[in-house]
Design a binder for this molecule. Structure first.
Ligand code: ZN
Length: 431
């Protein structure tokens, strides 16, 4: 099977991640806008703004959060924890604070990782008005019993939630959805990797002629997909296949999480690509936890959207910590993820169904010059001939190209070649 390895975009994607890494993102605010602005230099996404307070199914778009500065100062006036060094130091969505506190009170607002004493955890408080700081456990153990000044110069006000959307029109109105979350601050695998791979996939599809239309969503996790589905219920019906992209830059092998349906075309195509890739991979069934697949696969939508990742979220120690940094991801893994997704799309584009126009006994291939028309020789020629016989036999209108490739074991590309020859000889028709 053709894994398209013509160009490697690993370094380009890694460079994009380097640019986005320092930005403090959240589910709303200027960090997301800055991120979308950088993405839009590569692909023409439209930035949408949804006002705070907008009701979307059972949810309400939250107030917009922005932050300028945050720190903890000891009694000597030394900044011992500083947002400017690492934006993970502030619990994301912390309300503004400026006060002096005892060590005991401070500790109620501190988060660390005892098992990884040098790492800073990532914590959020989106829907619960609170404040806090994250720091390394070794630093927490060294805090003296004294008074501390805590400052969080943030704002939580009526504003809007921003997301990016791009529709690349194909000949069909039926769509392939690519969705990735943009709400995490300085962490690379989760989810700058998803953003970078989605951006380079969009860049590629923007230059090719496509059968399907492709919709890219760069959205904050959970609330973003709920907003899109609530505001675009009709359009959602056009989604025939979809992938959520997350954690696609670490050195683990690919994990594919099936759609809620479990046997959708996207499930079969992705599994086919992975099986034929000669790399390790795993496939897991849908479960209602994870990222935006939870919303796309909620029972009221049940869209055929799977999740494409490398190491699954929560299954690697660096997950949601400062150790998910630029060293944790690798350009060649980003590229491998991109190439495999391109292969999935390539098959989706080609996976049509045909009908044999001469179904009563085998057509006489020799008199049509089909054997001569094959450019292959020897073993290759025999394989192609076998593929032609499989296509003729299985093209009764109920088998797609992928069905034939799987049943015959001939390989997708060879079946495609056989179909091209039979179409030229008017022995097949696409239905
Ligand atoms: Zn996450």
């Amino acid at each position: 099977m053709k894994i398209m390895k013509l160009n490697s975009f690993g370094e380009n994607m890694y460079d994009l991640i380097k640019k986005l890494y320092p930005i403090c993102r959240s589910i709303t605010g200027d960090g997301v806008r800055d991120t979308l602005k950088i993405i839009s230099t590569d692909v023409p996404i439209k930035v949408k703004e949804v006002p705070s307070g907008t009701e979307v199914f059972d949810w309400v778009v939250p107030k917009e959060w922005n932050i300028k500065n945050a720190y903890i100062e000891n009694s000597k006036g030394e900044k011992i924890v500083d947002f400017k060094n690492n934006n993970l130091h502030v619990v994301n969505y912390s309300v503004p604070v400026r006060k002096t506190v005892s060590l005991k009170e401070l500790k109620e607002h501190l988060f660390s990782l005892p098992d990884h004493p040098d790492w800073v955890p990532y914590r959020t408080t989106y829907y619960d008005k609170n404040w806090g700081f994250c720091l390394s456990h070794s630093q927490l153990l060294n805090l003296k019993d004294e008074q501390y000044t805590v400052v969080i110069d943030s704002s939580l006000e009526k504003g809007s939630l921003s997301y990016g959307e791009l529709l690349i029109k194909g000949t069909l109105t039926e769509e392939v959805l690519i969705s990735t979350h943009t709400c995490h601050p300085s962490m690379c695998n989760d989810n700058l990797s998803g953003i970078a791979v989605a951006t380079y996939l969009a860049k590629y599809l923007n230059q090719t002629e496509n059968r399907y239309s492709y919709r890219f969503l760069f959205i904050p996790g959970t609330i973003g997909s709920i907003i899109w589905l609530a505001l675009n219920e009709k359009k959602a019906k056009n989604i025939k296949h979809g992938l959520v992209l997350t954690g696609v830059g670490d050195s683990g092998s690919i994990t594919y999480k099936r759609t809620r349906r479990g046997n959708a075309e996207i499930d079969r195509v992705t599994e086919y690509v992975l099986k034929n890739s000669e790399d390790n991979y795993s496939v897991i069934d849908f479960y209602p936890f994870g990222y935006d697949e939870r919303q796309y696969c909620s029972p009221g939508f049940n869209l055929p959207v799977g999740t494409f990742m490398r190491s699954p979220h929560g299954k690697y120690p660096e997950y949601h910590t400062s150790a998910d940094n630029l060293k944790f991801i690798r350009p060649e893994k980003l590229d491998d993820s991109l190439q495999k997704i391109k292969s999935v799309i390539n098959i989706l584009e080609e996976n049509k169904t045909f009908v044999n126009l001469n179904p009563k006994c085998e057509p006489q291939l020799g008199k049509r010059g089909i054997y001569g028309a094959m450019n292959a020789v020897g073993e290759e020629k025999a394989k192609l001939q076998m593929a032609i016989l499989w296509v003729l036999n299985l093209s009764d209108g109920s088998n797609s190209l992928l069905d034939i490739a799987e049943k015959s074991n001939c390989g997708f590309d060879l079946i495609k070649d056989a179909i091209t020859i039979l179409l030229k000889n008017s022995l097949l028709k696409e239905i």
